[in-house]
Design a protein. Sequence first.
Length: 443
Amino acid sequence: MDSGGDDLDIDPQPVGVRGRIVALSDNVFGFAATLLAARLVLPIVEGDRANIEVLFDRFSTIGIYIFGFLVIGYQWWRHHQVFDRIERADTWLILINFVMLACIAFMPYPTSVLGESQVRVAALLYVVPLFVSSLALIGLWLYARRRSLTAPGADGGQHLLSHLLILPGVLLLSMALIPFSVTAGAVAWIALPVALIGAHLIDPADDDDPPVRARRHRGHGTVDHGLERLVAYSDGIYAVVLTIIAEQLGGSEAEPMTDSLTSAELWAQVQSQYDTFVAFGLTFYTVGLFWSVHASIFGRIVRFRTPLLWLALIHLMVIALQPFGLSVFLDLGSADSSAATATYLLFMLAASLTLALVGWYADWGRRCVAATTTHSQVVARRWQSATAAGIFCLGALIAVITDDGNSGWAFAVFALFSITDRLIRRRYPDADDLPDEAGFATT
């Protein structure tokens, strides 16, 4: 029986190899980026002051993580741009894509090695996989064009190629400098954001308006395909973070529970980890709350912009650090330590601020949201973001000024979330009355 499918206005391959390649790649990118932070470990020494000094010593490691996360995010976005222009896939295209994914999936290991030892071999071990992955992505694009696997109407091939050459160029410079100085090789990484900003200023439309599959029909309007992939990528990272939070239970020095324990001994061991389970529940709840706000923000965004991409990646980078923040909290002494509590809340503050920046940018001048968005809705959202950041700041301040043993009272500020939310909703009653997919009909 004829289903009438010929009359549907859909992509040539709504379900097929190409779509599965994209989905698989998104998952690998998301897992690899999140696992970079999962390998961050805080060595344990006696005393708060010593532990805090060790944490400061870890700033170089965190810097390595930041660069790796953003480069993986950048590679993911360029991968999206390439596959936005590809319609079909063959065996060689899949193999080239797997070479790139293998390099990306390998990155948590050299990130951990370089974080522990900033020597030349470790630096090369870190840079080479990124360089190979960038070459594989270029090869993937060139192969797709040569084999006519691109979608009809795909343009900007040479322009995209020039953008794809930026990352391997910077990494090649870094590899050339590392044998002389690891520091010089790392400083060369600064050339990447400079080159990207310059390329965007020269032609901002290249990143903001992909020419193929830019929009997909939905209801009476359209959905930006790049926006959909960014949301899916974000959900993947949130899912991984929520899952690996449990790995931090007991901290880095926890003894595994063995089969030889009696019921009484097992129950005593569980009771001794009471603070750990509470911290796990609180962290899971807070990350889930961030996801809820993230979903609300992207639920009103209808237009994609390159700055939005980078702000979203920075927020995801901080979200991926939350399991590390939990491990720091547990290793420094949990709620009995003012240093542990303050550090833990500062990790949450960073996530809150970066998420607020995403929302503020989207609402600013209605550059990313629907034109029907009202001024009171924008103001209400800004107040919600500001009060959330203020609550985390207040909690960290309370933790700092209180003595060890009483710093757990800092978590009482979480009760303010419900109070401030009700006050804002009462002051701006139409804050939740967002038009259902209003922007789709206007873009």
